[in-house]
Design a protein. Structure first.
Length: 764
């Protein structure tokens, strides 16, 4: 058959595109592409996404499809394209048809996105009608997820419904050749949201240029609450120690580092080390906070991130941020406006009430935030980006699963909570909700569940929760909902979340190290070697159980764990050890007695608690103000170039490997007493854990013939440990799977729960 003639044949095709394809400029893009290639037909939004019918010769249609795949609009994310052949009709011209709105849309909503370069250009162009307008946006940028109230994604179902468009905005909105064609948040100074300045007495301040006023306040050391995309920030000048200190004092006394916003790459380079890879992450469309090494001699206030090797830094992402930085700042503290452990404040009245003792002024506006979303946090670990808090910019992007699941709602854990909803073979992990122990957090949790169910138009058939009987999230699943619920073991969920992220269904060896998770035997697990897949697991190894004096109190007071280990090793406590420095003798003696009798001392195999104990033994820290603080500091002082692990003890019995941390702790105590540098001890400690992991995995590989190893759990936020473990395992020819898009900590738990509970769905 003549190839040429077949290519010139006129054909008609139907193209169905799924993914994030609505509200992101997809139809005008298709329209312009079709016009350019002189292809006839139409495009429209519908329930699944975007449907296109095109006619032309085969060659043109092929290149149309090719370009569709390759040059999608910036915010679009195609998850699937289905092409089928139709009978040729002989259409002329190309049209954008109206949406089919007889059924709610199943298309995905885009995440909130940083202001695009074209909008930025207009923002600073004196001749543009949106010159210095803080709410400028287009189909390629601006608020999305945080302003959506329902589906289909259309202006009346966003908080922009409060602002009827003026005639000029409306004509852009209807013009397929405009960058604002169907841009739902489209607005201008004549018709859109406006800034307001409010003082600490909640009185509006009438002033011509609130932004200039805010800049001046910051320069003079004032504290300003600024309403952003997903909530309020508290801002102070990052170079002003007194101001940063004052913010710390007013906010409460915790020692958590404050996030920074910096103008551009150059201004970041002045205070932090930033590699090309880190810059890519910073400047990506999600604009997360990225953890960067502090530069020695930086000129920022030390109080921004006390006792920390890192700064958490982000680039500006809203037009308002850019306008603020145009006033001449290099770096501004931009910390979430909240009280310790509570979710970020996002409603205006709530902000004025809750922040009135903290902020001197409020820079607010009248575009409502429907859904609070914190800034996301990421870092480069072992040369790969890892998301530690997945929120603004990433949510509600789907995680593509390796199998089709029943619709499941997974409610996550009680700390760093997120929830997860599945729809066919997509999983939707919610924004960071946080700690459920306070009322605000719990309310936010329930609200998020209802909102996500509405947006995704899916009715969960079952629930998944943690095995912990006392979790608020588990209580919600088991008591408040009337659906079958499956409690999932904590560390199995961690393992499954990493497998799901990598699209794996086959079993792997899971090294799951974290703070605390309820174990299948009723003890507290956290240093686990599991062999498992998305369905089931078996516990193949763990850290030897150790009493945790005072239970939860031990997570705030690392000296308690140190004491427990020292008691196991020595019987009597060596009085002069650094671990008990500053702890009154009668206090630790009481704890030691209680521990000996097993009073209020639950057993744990936690790796996080071992880090705490080592940090305490080295005298780094006896008490912490947030979970994982001691472990973080241990990582920070560690010399990464150590080559000699300490000796360690493994016991093999009945197909169960046990690692005995007590003997390692004894060695570390002796090293500390002999005056070895702490950096060396900390470095060798990390190396020892990595060596131990390799040995255990080699043993398990021999037993199981499984060669893939998953690293999951909060401990793997530790870059040094991850790096060393990965290197060691790869050297031993293991395939190593680590987290990247899903947090290794409990923020990823819900995804794992969902895939485990949804398992008797059909497989592809
Ligand atoms: Zn734009
Ligand atoms: Zn307008
Ligand atoms: Fe965990």
């Amino acid at each position: 058959m003549n190839h040429q003639s077949s290519n010139n044949q006129h054909v008609r095709r139907k193209i169905v595109i799924e993914g994030v394809v609505q509200g992101v400029g997809f139809r005008p893009y298709v329209y312009q592409l079709a016009i350019r290639l002189q292809i006839a037909g139409w495009v429209r939004n519908d329930r699944t996404g975007v449907t296109i019918e095109v006619e032309g010769n085969e060659e043109d249609l092929d290149s149309f499809l090719e370009q569709l795949r390759q040059n999608t609009p910036p915010l679009a994310e195609i998850s699937r394209i289905t092409v089928s052949n139709l009978n040729f009709l002989g259409d002329r011209g190309f049209f954008i048809h109206h949406s089919q709105s007889d059924s709610p849309s199943r298309a995905q909503i885009a995440p909130d996105t940083f202001v695009c370069s074209e909008c930025l250009h207009e923002l600073f162009d004196q001749s543009d009608r949106r010159y210095r307008y803080p709410f400028i946006n287009c189909t390629n940028c601006g608020p999305r997820f945080s302003i959506v109230t329902g589906v289909p994604y259309d202006r009346p179902l966003t908080t922009m419904a409060d602002f009827p468009m003026c005639s000029r905005c409306l004509s852009e909105y209807h013009d397929p050749n405009s960058r604002r064609f169907h841009a739902q948040p489209n607005a201008c100074p004549d018709c859109g949201p406006q800034l307001t300045l409010v003082d600490s007495q909640r009185e509006p301040v009438i002033i011509k240029d609130p932004l200039k006023f805010v800049a001046e306040t910051l320069r003079q050391g004032g504290i300003v609450a600024i309403k952003g995309l997903g909530g309020y920030h508290l801002a102070v000048d990052a170079t002003n120690s007194a101001a940063v200190n004052e913010l710390r004092r007013r906010k409460s006394r915790d020692e958590k580092p404050f996030a920074l916003m910096a103008r551009d790459q150059d201004s970041i380079s002045a205070f932090a080390e930033v590699s090309e890879q880190e810059y890519q992450l910073l400047a990506g469309p999600e604009r997360p906070i990225v953890l960067l090494h502090k530069k020695t001699g930086h000129r920022l206030a030390e109080e921004v991130a006390p006792d920390n090797r890192y700064f958490g830094v982000m680039l500006p992402y809203t037009p308002l941020h850019y306008l603020l930085f145009a006033e001449g700042f290099n770096a501004i503290v931009m910390t979430s406006a909240n009280h310790t452990d509570e979710p970020i404040v996002y409603q205006d009245l709530e902000a004025l009430e809750r922040l009135s003792g903290i902020a001197d002024f409020f820079l607010t506006h009248n575009r409502r935030i429907e859904t609070r979303t914190d800034d996301s946090i990421a870092r480069i670990m072992a040369s790969h980006p890892v998301i530690l808090r997945r929120s603004r910019g990433f949510v509600p992007r789907a995680v593509r699963l390796p199998c089709k699941l029943k619709p499941v709602l997974a409610v996550g854990g009680d700390l760093k909570n997120t929830i997860c909803l599945t729809r066919s073979n997509d999983a939707f992990l919610s924004q960071h909700i946080g700690d459920l122990k306070n009322t605000e957090g719990y309310e936010s949790f329930k609200r998020t569940i209802n909102h996500l169910i509405t947006l995704l138009d899916v009715c969960p058939e079952r629930l998944a929760c943690d095995l912990h009987p006392d979790y608020y999230s588990s209580h919600y699943a088991l008591e408040e909902c009337h659906l079958p619920a499956m409690p999932v073991q904590h560390h199995h969920a961690h393992l499954a979340s990493c497998l799901a992220e990598h699209g794996r269904q086959h079993p792997a060896i899971g090294i799951v190290f974290d703070g605390l998770g309820y174990g299948a035997d009723g003890h507290i697990w956290g240093g686990e070697f599991l062999i498992g897949d998305l369905k089931s697991y078996q516990r193949s190894g763990h850290f030897r159980y150790q009493p945790m004096p005072g239970g939860d109190l031990a997570t705030r007071q690392p000296w308690r764990m140190a004491l427990s280990y020292l008691q196991s090793v020595f019987g009597e406590i060596p009085e002069d050890c650094s671990a008990l420095k500053g702890i009154p003798k009668n206090e630790w003696q009481l704890v030691a007695q209680a521990n000996q009798r097993g009073i209020n001392s639950p057993l744990t195999s936690s790796c996080g608690r071992l880090f705490d104990a080592v940090a305490a033994v080295l005298g780094l820290r006896q008490r912490v103000s947030f979970e994982g603080q001691a472990a973080m500091e241990l990582e920070m002082i560690a010399d990464p170039d150590q080559t000699q692990p300490y000796s360690y003890v493994l016991e093999f019995e009945k197909k169960l490997v046990q690692f005995d941390p007590a003997s390692l702790l004894k060695v570390i105590l002796e090293e500390e007493r002999s005056g070895k540098p702490l950096s060396q001890i900390a470095g060798r400690f990390h190396l020892t854990l990595a060596a131990m992991m390799v040995e255990v995995c080699e043993y398990l590989r021999d037993e199981s013939r499984i060669n893939s190893v998953v690293l999951s759990g909060g401990v793997f936020q530790n870059s040094l440990l991850t790096q060393k473990a990965k290197n060691g395992l790869q050297k031993a020819n293991f395939e190593v799977l680590t987290h990247s898009h899903i947090p290794p900590n409990d923020g990823g738990l819900a995804l794992g729960q969902a895939v485990i509970a949804g398992q008797d769905g059909e497989y592809f």
